[in-house]
Design a protein around this ligand. Structure first.
Ligand code: HEC
Length: 471
């Protein structure tokens, strides 16, 4: 464990990233989809034969672009920086790997962010002030820049799930940069890019439904009808293509990880779904409901389509997007970077070394080991191991609580479980979602002491000699 540990009771550090990231993804994907929506809607209005409706569209687009500017320019940017804050604190080891590999990718990404923020500000502030054709060009410049932000970040996100054999062959040798493009255009790059593009265009339609639902249907029926119906059409491509893209995507994920999903499908009749399968069912049902609401309430009855209808479509879409991101996270377990680094920051190739040297052998941050300080107790060593090896997925008393999961086991039972996790046999069911418990036998015992004290607080602590200090 080379870094300090950030302890977040009850929620767990994973959810800090999760909550910020899901919020950010919803806004940033809207930024990409909406970036296409605005110039396309503007172009449509410019070409309309009915000049009255065209003028109403124009006014409506000015309003929509203000909403768009504030949502993406303020909340999108702040939450994007928030992701850096969260991953740097909770996953320093993985963040370091990503930076070492993709620092150029990120540099280019930031250039496009700058172009995005500049062009959207110019776009909003020059409505009716510059030549309409030039204004439209500014809109297209924004659209292109925001599509590029997706093209780049998608490479990095897909890499974490499937780094690909070419990169894995050089990982850890110092030659990783020679496989930059293999890592970037990794096995899930294309299906993931198309899936995300679909999400982006549907979110553009969903948010546009929010602003168009607020048009007064009695006063401006023509405007409302054309705008609501046109916005609904933005949902269509992704709903048609997503099932095929998902199959392609899953096909590119290593079979061992895909097993999490198929396991759940095979056992559906028995009622024992894996959580990935449960999430997949949520996505399917929310998406089907969106189709129903969008068709019957919006497309068929645009004039009566009101804000609460639009908000319910939005909430469903946000649930589906959030669930999709969660499923992708689950699919990646037990790795943070597929087959290279486990979710707790331990590199796969270091496990055997840690098993001989001890998990805390290279820990600089665990406690003050200066001269005169007493050596750490088995309990506090166990606590450090818990934080480092289990804390990225479990808390003691909150999310995936170890007190609950280990409830009912005595010290020997806890120890048996940990030995099993340490041995990590090829047929162990835990391999599908948990990394091995790396460390020496002493480490396993220390962790047992610590967890036993949590689960069975009143039980007497096993008598063991005090350890000598690590350093
Ligand atoms: C990559 C994330 C991850 C890490 C790291 C992790 N676990 Fe888990 N663990 C899980 C998941 C997911 C489950 C299934 C949870 C559920 O069923 O609610 C689980 C389940 C468990 C269970 C219940 C097992 C059962 O059969 O009921 C125990 C006990 C447990 N983990 C202990 C640990 C310990 C101890 C560590 C650290 C050495 C650890 N886990 C590290 C993800 C992880």
């Amino acid at each position: 464990m080379n870094y300090p540990f950030w302890d977040i009771p009850h929620l767990g550090s994973g959810w800090v990233i999760g909550l910020i990231a899901i919020f950010h993804v919803m806004i940033s994907q809207f930024a990409v989809g909406g970036g296409l929506y605005l110039p396309m809607a503007e172009r449509k209005a410019m070409r309309m034969a009915d000049k009255e409706v065209a003028a109403e569209w124009h006014k409506q687009l000015v309003r929509h672009s203000k909403f768009f500017l504030i949502l993406t320019g303020v909340f999108g940017t702040v939450s994007g920086v928030g992701i850096w804050f969260a991953i740097g604190l909770t996953h320093p080891e993985a963040t370091s790997t990503l930076i070492h590999n993709f620092v150029f990718g990120w540099a280019i990404e930031w250039v496009f962010f700058m172009v995005e923020l500049t062009t959207i500000a110019v776009y909003y502030s020059t409505w009716d002030r510059i030549d309409p054709r030039l204004h439209l060009k500014v809109g297209w410049a924004y659209a292109v820049a925001s599509v590029f932000t997706l093209i780049i970040i998608n490479g990095i996100l897909a890499f974490m799930l499937t780094p690909g054999d070419a990169w894995l062959a050089v990982a850890g040798t110092g030659q990783e940069a020679s496989k930059f493009w293999n890592a970037f255009f990794n096995p899930t790059y294309w299906p993931s890019l198309l899936l995300r593009t679909g999400v982006c265009t549907s979110l553009a339609g969903v948010w546009a439904l929010i602003t168009s639902s607020r048009i007064d249907g009695d006063k401006q029926p023509a405007l409302k009808t054309s705008m609501v119906q046109w916005s609904v059409k933005w949902l269509v491509p992704s709903f048609v293509a997503t099932p095929f893209l998902l199959v392609w995507y899953l096909f590119m994920v290593p079979a061992s990880q895909r097993a999490l999903l198929t396991l759940g499908i095979d056992t559906i009749a028995g009622g024992t779904f894996s959580s990935v399968t449960r999430i997949a069912l949520i996505i399917v049902t929310t998406s089907a409901t969106i189709v129903g609401v969008a068709y019957y309430l919006a497309y068929r009855n645009p004039v009566d389509f009101n804000l609460s209808h639009a908000v319910s479509v939005l909430l469903l879409a946000l649930i589906a997007t959030g669930a999709g991101e969660y499923a992708r996270e689950m699919l990646r377990k037990p790795y943070v970077i597929g087959r290279w680094m486990f979710s707790n920051g331990v590199r796969v190739s270091y496990v055997s070394r840690i098993n001989t040297e001890g998990y805390l052998a290279h820990s600089e941050w665990t406690w003050n080991a200066g001269a005169g300080n007493p050596p750490p107790s088995s309990y506090s060593r166990g606590e450090a191991i818990f934080r480092g090896e289990c804390g990225s997925c479990h808390t003691l008393g909150g999310y995936r609580s170890l007190r609950t999961l280990l409830d009912g086991r005595d010290r020997a039972g806890i120890n048996n479980f940990l030995v099993m996790l340490h041995e990590y046999k090829a047929d162990s069911p835990y391999r599908r979602f948990m990394p091995p418990l790396s460390g020496t036998k002493q480490d396993v015992d220390d962790l047992t002491d610590y967890l036993n004290a949590q689960v069975n607080p009143s039980a007497p602590v096993a008598k063991k000699p005090v350890l000598t200090a690590q350093k």
